[in-house]
Design a protein around this ligand. Structure first.
Ligand code: ATP
Ligand code: ZN
Ligand code: ZN
Length: 733
């Protein structure tokens, strides 16, 4: 009997989410498996597809086309992964093929195994060159052992001999020239310092016992690890992972991209060596491919990475950890718009794994699930800092009073004094401002024109390079000397960014040594490590940065943290603005006083009485939680409801508006806000309108959205529009 493959095809333009049937020709029989990537005819084209099953064609008598080719030697995904992709498609309302591709992306970009042509040592104990009798040959041999695969020239150079010496070793059969597959190791050349686990404190011990006690039961168990900053959560993760490995399980450790610092990678490598595979965006495609393969082969047992590492191909994931679980970056802001936490919970269900969500400032959603009646998460707390250290003293500084006292600078008198004092004692300081660049607003003083991106409805940020940049579409232009509107000569540079802070701090503290950590200074590979290591070693007294300095850094020399403007995130048009502000302030404050000396934090603000600020100042998570929950309940926002945001974008605003209205007309059975222009009204030349749907049941949201989407997809009139559906949106911008 003929075999029919069910194939999911990738049609980027249309939202086709169904399988097509193809006959498997005898030449490919037995080699095409579930998970195989194949080439199939589709209409007049040949396209790629993924085999998701085998079965009977839909109708008898139809002549089926044949699979043309098999594109990889083995399957790219497992049945487990397919199941997860199907769930993602259903929950996040995206095509299954998109979910699958997100899962196996390290295999899809052109990378493949790396082959190297070079000289490889052939061990034969009796003929190894003697250091005394043949020092040159011995030198070549040593280099060849340490760095296999070098070319003849490289080897001679590294050993400090002429290439002829290399040739004699080849002639004697000690070196063989050939092409081999080599593994790219993203950590090659970095020191691998073995860390011994410290003795846990009683809170940590209890946490590790509770979590490891649930491992290997084959059923999903969920934990929320709420530990104050500096309470040693990382050590709890490490020991839980060690426990999982001991039981023959594999583990996944997820961190937000910016918390996945080289230091963090060192810690994991130090504890687990090559059993850790690292997956993150700064790796080269080839490195990613190799790390992914090491996980697939079971050679690596721990996957460490950012959001997409939740798709690491583990055969037996027994433990899944999300550190900083409250971070918005766990949500992918393009199709498939999944949340790594949601996927992790589902994966744990499929695999019978334990999930640990950790944070000093858990999301309201997670904390509610851990504390409400019938809680589904078990709450585990680390209420104290390691070594009984106190949390830092935090003080707010009312910037309105500074102005009244005639201080118009970016820095309050108190902050300056405190900095002087700390520096005189040889202590270190972090200054935090969540905005990169020099000034975020360039305005003509004569006609009031704001210089905006020609493609987005966003003001351009002036950078100290002399260029103005759009932080949304990367447009950049040389800053004009005259106003492009009126030709006026007086342009005002307003809204300080980290570069401006740096400039002013260098003037105020010329001897302190200043470093800056933000998206601009870390663009080059390796720069992030250099800056943090340099600062840790005392290479500077002051580190200025964006939220990169707020997350996860453990720098014992820091005793003062200054927050330049706490209000920046407070008044964003987003219902999570208070939550984000509270989290950010708590996290950045937590960088202070992690060593033996007591820490201090000064928070400059124009809203000293806002509860997000006061609760962060008082280290009062519970207080913040209670007040914010009261507000969310009264407004009907998550965690009391689920949201689904529909964003329509296109080049013609009338069309966008019309389509948004048409969608709104088709929505039934759920509450709806909008349609209205999104807060960012235009990005990359596309106008943006949105609708926000609310319901207590996610299923009701999906049921409401489906018909509207189908309608839009069917109408060619709106083909140029992009309609994106975002379940549980993290950004409302
Ligand atoms: N049991 C222990 N004994 C001694 N030192 C420890 C112990 N556990 C952790 N530490 C050290 O305490 C410091 C703080 O730990 P860690 O960075 O894990 O805190 P954290 O809870 O993740 O904080 P944050 O949320 O602020 O990132 C680290 O330097 C870590 O090495
Ligand atoms: Zn002007
Ligand atoms: Zn732009």
């Amino acid at each position: 009997m003929a075999v029919y493959a069910e194939v999911l095809v990738d049609l980027a333009a249309r939202q086709v989410d169904r399988v097509f049937h193809y006959r498997v020709p005898p030449s490919l029989a037995g080699r095409v498996l579930v998970g195989s990537r194949v080439l199939v005819p589709f209409g007049r084209r040949r396209i790629e597809g993924y085999v998701v099953g085998f079965g009977h064609p839909p109708e008898d008598g139809i002549k089926l086309k044949e699979v043309l080719d098999l594109l990889d030697p083995g399957p790219l995904f497992t049945p487990h992964q397919l199941e997860l992709a199907r769930w993602m498609a259903a929950y996040y309302l995206c095509p299954t093929v998109k979910a699958l591709q997100a899962m196996i992306w390290p295999l899809l970009r052109t990378a493949g195994p790396r082959k190297m042509r070079g000289l490889w040592p052939v061990p034969c104990p009796d003929r190894i060159p003697d250091v005394k009798r043949a020092p040159k040959s011995a030198a070549v041999w040593q280099v060849a052992l340490a760095r296999p695969g070098l070319t003849r020239g490289e080897l001679a150079l590294a050993a400090g001999v002429s290439p002829a010496v290399v040739d004699t070793l080849v002639a004697r059969g000690l070196l063989r020239g050939e092409e081999r597959v080599v593994q790219r190791d993203p950590c090659a050349g970095l020191p691998e310092i073995r860390h011994r686990p410290p003795a846990l404190n009683p809170h940590q011990r209890r946490a590790v016992q509770e979590i490891t006690g649930s491992l290997g039961l084959g059923e999903r168990r969920l934990f929320l690890l709420h530990g104050v900053t500096g309470s040693g959560k990382t050590e709890v993760y490490l020991q839980c992972i060690a426990g999982a490995l001991q039981q023959g399980l594999q583990a996944m450790m997820l961190l937000p991209e910016i918390a996945l610092t080289p230091q963090m990678i060192d810690i994991f490598r130090g504890r687990f060596g090559r059993r850790v595979a690292v997956l993150h965006s700064r790796l080269s495609q080839g490195e990613r491919y190799d790390e992914y393969q090491r996980l697939r082969a079971g050679e690596a047992r721990v996957a460490l990475g950012a959001r997409s590492a939740v798709f690491a191909p583990l055969e037996k994931p027994g433990l899944i950890i999300l550190d900083e679980e409250h971070e918005p970056s766990y949500k992918q802001e393009e199709t498939p718009r999944y949340h790594a936490r949601g996927v992790a919970l589902r994966l744990a269900g499929l695999a019978g794994a334990v999930v640990v969500l950790g944070s000093a400032t858990p999301s309201l959603e997670s904390y509610a699930r851990a504390t409400a009646a019938g809680a589904s998460y078990r709450l585990v707390e680390l209420p104290e800092r390691i070594g009984g250290r106190p949390l830092p003293r935090v003080k707010t500084i009312d910037m309105r009073q500074e102005i009244r006292a005639g201080n118009k600078s970016l820095f309050s008198r108190q902050l300056r004094e405190a900095m002087t004092e700390r520096l005189s004692r040889g202590e270190q300081i972090i200054l935090f401002l969540n905005r990169r660049g020099f000034s975020t607003l360039v305005v003509c003083r004569e006609c009031g024109l704001v210089l905006k991106c020609p493609h987005c409805d966003i003001s351009l940020t002036f950078h100290s390079s002399g260029r103005m940049r759009c932080h949304y579409c990367h447009y950049s232009v040389l800053a004009p000397s005259l106003c492009p509107g009126c030709g006026g000569r007086y342009l005002a540079y307003l809204g300080a960014g980290t570069q401006k802070i740096e400039q002013e701090i260098r003037e105020l503290f010329p001897d302190a040594g200043v470093m800056r950590l933000d998206g601009d200074t870390t663009a080059r590979r390796g720069a992030h490590r250099e800056i943090i290591e340099g600062f840790r070693r005392g290479g500077a007294g002051i580190l200025i940065g964006t939220q990169m300095v707020a997350k996860g850094l453990d720098l014992p020399g820091v005793t003062l943290v200054g927050v330049i403007a706490a209000d920046l995130s407070l008044f964003m048009p987003d219902f999570r603005a208070s939550e984000r502000t509270f989290q950010l302030l708590t996290q950045v404050a937590g960088r202070s006083g992690r060593g033996d000396r007591e820490g201090e934090v000064l928070v400059q603000t124009y809203s000293p009485h806002h509860y997000a600020v006061t609760c962060a100042v008082n280290h009062d998570y519970q207080g913040f939680y209670r007040q914010e929950m009261t507000l969310r309940r009264s407004l009907g926002y998550p965690p009391f409801t689920h949201l689904c945001r529909i964003l329509v974008s296109g080049r013609k605003e009338e069309e966008v508006q019309e389509a948004a209205a048409a969608i709104a007309g088709l929505i039934q059975g759920v509450d709806m806000l909008g349609p209205a222009p999104a807060p960012l009204t235009r990005i990359k030349d596309r106008y943006r309108w949105h609708l926000v749907l609310k319901s207590h049941a996610p299923a009701a949201l999906r049921a409401a959205v489906k018909p509207a989407l189908d309608f839009i997809n069917r109408h060619s009139r709106w083909r140029k529009l992009v309609v994106s559906v975002d379940m549980d949106p993290q950004s409302m911008m």
